[in-house]
Design a binder for this molecule. Sequence first.
Ligand SMILES: [Zn+2]
Length: 204
Amino acid sequence: MAYPAALEALVDAFERFPGIGRRTAERLAFHILRDPSSRGLSRAIEEAVTRAQRCGRCCNVAESDPCPLCADPDRDDSLLCVVEEPRHVEAMERSGAFKGRYHVLMGSYNPAEGSEPRHLTLEQLLRRVGEERPREVILATDPDQEGEATAQLVSEALRSGHPGASSESGPRITRLARGLPAGSAIEYLHRGVLEDALAGRRPV
Ligand SMILES: [Zn+2]
């Protein structure tokens, strides 16, 4: 049985989200119909879209473009740290362990849950690496299955964009040390652990 057109449109809208399949989209749409408090969602989306913008350089969300981190002249341009989510930038900054630049993928790669590389900011990353030529790209993805798949996807993309990366032509590509507790999310690590993981980073 088909849903009313307006409900169908809502389900369709949810289904376009990364990692959301048809059944989850239906659950979310019905939740909105059932729960009056979720009706503030449309205004929240409106405000977020109006106020927050994407930094043209690192793809993080900010209220300015370039964002304050990209605009900061005191950061080290030769180190580029690739993270999955904006909250990972926050975690790294809180730790104070990193003084380079960031690139935010805005998601992770999880083929099992239907996420696709096109949702990530990979193209922007490749263009940036080509233009800015950092000495090293640090893949700071979470130490879980999704983080592993994401790091692999990014390192392969960097290598195919830069044949012979790790030689003189392309950047050195490294990952955080495996000393990170398996499955732990980067945002919950305290400063010491993140510092160790950065210090012990290894080539991929
Ligand atoms: Zn930025």
